[in-house]
Design a protein around this ligand. Structure first.
Ligand code: DQA
Length: 152
């Protein structure tokens, strides 16, 4: 069964309570459940992880080498972490970068991301919907890959 990784970085465990005017009132658990059910309808497995620690995120990514796609919200590490960037590049899994808030409308230090130039694409400012759209993109991507493999 194809596998998609859903990975969230620091402080995203606080979703629902954390600055709801910026991040909305949906919890991370609700987002994860929704993504998992969208993928399951298409017979795609979903591995889910969140951590506040850069090292744990890197270890988890390395452990999951071989998955077909990744949905990644690096949180603040988007703007700071070359280590996490290198891990993502190292495992060679195509991925979409997600931010609930529109980082370009916010402080200047959020305008740079160490992930956008190596991601397939980025969704920023669409709230929880960004995760659902990214999951739908992952489904198309994987189905296309499977079709291409059957054709060759
Ligand atoms: C975020 C944006 C980041 O700048 C911030 O540090 C986060 C959340 C978002 O989803 O909008 O923790 O990644």
């Amino acid at each position: 069964m194809p596998k998609v990784l859903l990975l969230n970085g620091p402080n995203l465990n606080l979703l629902g309570n954390r600055e709801p005017e910026i991040y909305g009132s949906t919890t991370l658990e609700e987002i994860e459940g929704k993504v998992e059910s969208i993928l399951r309808e298409h017979k795609i497995d979903c591995e889910i992880f969140q951590s506040n620690s850069e090292g744990e995120l890197i270890d988890w990514i390395q452990k999951n080498r071989g998955a077909d796609f990744m949905l990644l919200n690096p949180g603040a590490l988007a703007h700071t972490s070359i280590g996490l960037r290198d891990a993502v590049i190292g495992i060679e899994i195509p991925f979409i970068e997600i931010h609930l808030s529109n980082v370009f409308k916010r402080e200047e230090f959020r305008h740079n991301s160490y992930f956008s130039d190596v991601a397939i694409g980025a969704l920023t400012g669409l709230g929880e919907k960004g995760y659902q759209l990214a999951a739908e993109f992952a489904i198309d991507y994987i189905e296309q890959k499977l079709n291409n493999n059957q054709g060759s």
